[in-house]
Design a protein. Structure first.
Length: 311
C-alpha cells in the first residue's frame, strides 16, 4: 500500500510541477491574451487568473508532498522489517532490521527527497502574505530556489526503488513452482493434495513440457522460470523538461529585453496614493493585458514589482 500511495502521489506531483511553471510565462500569456487567437472574453479572464492557478498548483504540490513523504517513511520501515532473501531484486534494504534512516539519508532518492522537502518548506513559508509584506526579498530569494528543486527532482527518480516484473508470461503472479517447492521440502497444502495424487520428492525434469491439460483443468499455471524485475523508467523528465525549458527561454528573453533603455518623462502623484509614471521606450507597442515590471536597484538589488500598463 505504501508503494502504491507513493507512486500515485508522485504522478500528481509530476503533473503539478509541470503546470505550476506555465502561469509564470508572462510574455506568452500576454501574447495569447492580446492576440486574435483568444477572442473569447471568458478565456482572457481565465488567463488573467494565472497567479491564482499558480498558487493552486503550489498548494497541491505541498499537500501531495506530505502524502508522498509519509508513504515513503512507511516504505522504508517495511523494507527493513519485511526483508526477504527470496526477493533480493525488490528489496531496497540490504538486510533485515536495517536502520530505515540509512534508506532515507544514505541513498540518492532519500537524500534528494530530504533536501527537496527543506527547499519546498522554505518556498511555502516565505510565500505567505505576512512575509511578503514585511520583507519581499525573502520571498523573492527563496522562490528562486525552484531551480534547485527541479534539478533535485530529476535526480530523485534515478534510484529505481519501484520495480515491475518483466516476465509475466513465464512467471504469472500466483503460479506454482514445483521444483522450488520440492527442493525446499515444503508441505503441500491440503487444497493441492487432490491435484497431486502421485506426489514425489523428485524434481520435475527441466526438459519436461508444461502439463497444459493439467493447468487448464485445475485453473493453475506452473512457473517456467524465476521472476525478473526492472526499475521503472523515470517519467519526471517528460513532465517538467518542456515547461522548464520554456520558462528558462522566457526568462532569458525578458532579461535581454529589459536591458533596452527606458526614459521617464514625468512622475505624477494622484489622490488615494496613486502614482503615475510616464515612460518612453523605443520600438515598444503595448498590448491589452500587459503590465510593467519596475526594478529600483537603490531600493533592492533583485526585487521587482508589476504595475498596470496604460496608454
Amino acid at each position: 500500500l505504501g508503494l502504491c500511495v507513493s507512486r500515485a502521489s508522485a504522478s500528481v506531483l509530476n503533473l503539478n510541477c509541470c503546470l505550476v511553471l506555465l502561469p509564470m510565462c508572462r510574455v506568452i500569456l500576454a501574447f495569447l491574451r492580446g492576440s486574435q487567437k483568444v477572442p473569447s472574453k471568458k478565456t482572457r479572464r481565465l488567463l488573467d487568473k494565472s497567479k491564482t492557478f499558480h498558487v493552486t498548483c503550489g498548494v497541491t504540490i505541498c499537500i501531495f508532498s506530505v502524502l508522498h513523504v509519509a508513504a515513503h517513511l512507511v516504505n522504508a520501515l517495511n523494507f527493513s522489517e519485511n526483508y526477504n532473501e527470496e526477493f533480493l531484486a525488490l528489496n531496497a534494504a540490504n538486510y533485515r532490521g536495517e536502520d530505515p534512516r540509512k534508506l532515507l539519508f544514505a541513498t540518492v532518492p532519500g537524500l534528494t527527497g530530504v533536501i527537496m522537502v527543506l527547499v519546498l518548506f522554505l518556498m511555502c513559508t516565505a510565500s505567505t502574505f505576512a512575509i511578503r509584506v514585511s520583507n519581499y526579498d525573502i520571498f523573492w530569494y527563496t522562490h528562486n530556489l525552484f531551480f534547485v528543486f527541479y534539478m533535485l527532482l530529476m535526480l530523485h527518480v534515478s534510484g529505481g526503488v519501484l520495480k515491475y516484473q518483466t516476465n509475466l508470461q513465464e512467471h504469472p503472479p500466483g503460479c506454482f513452482n514445483p521444483n522450488k517447492t520440492l527442493q525446499q521440502n515444503l508441505t503441500v497444502p491440503k487444497a493441492f493434495e487432490e491435484l497431486f495424487p502421485d506426489y514425489t520428492t523428485e524434481p520435475f525434469p527441466e526438459d519436461l513440457p508444461v502439463p497444459e491439460p493439467f493447468v487448464q483443468n485445475h485453473f493453475m499455471r506452473i512457473c517456467s522460470e524465476e521472476p525478473k524485475f526492472q526499475s521503472h523508467f523515470p517519467e519526471t523528465w517528460f513532465w517538467i523538461s518542456g515547461p522548464l525549458c520554456l520558462y528558462c527561454v522566457e526568462r532569458l528573453y525578458r532579461y535581454i529585453r529589459s536591458n533596452k533603455p527606458v526614459t521617464i518623462t514625468s512622475v505624477i502623484s494622484h489622490p488615494s496614493n496613486v502614482l503615475e509614471v510616464r515612460m518612453m521606450k523605443d520600438d515598444f507597442e503595448a498590448r491589452p493585458g500587459q503590465y510593467v515590471i519596475l526594478h529600483c536597484p537603490r531600493v533592492s538589488a533583485l526585487e521587482s514589482h508589476p504595475f498596470t500598463l496604460t496608454m
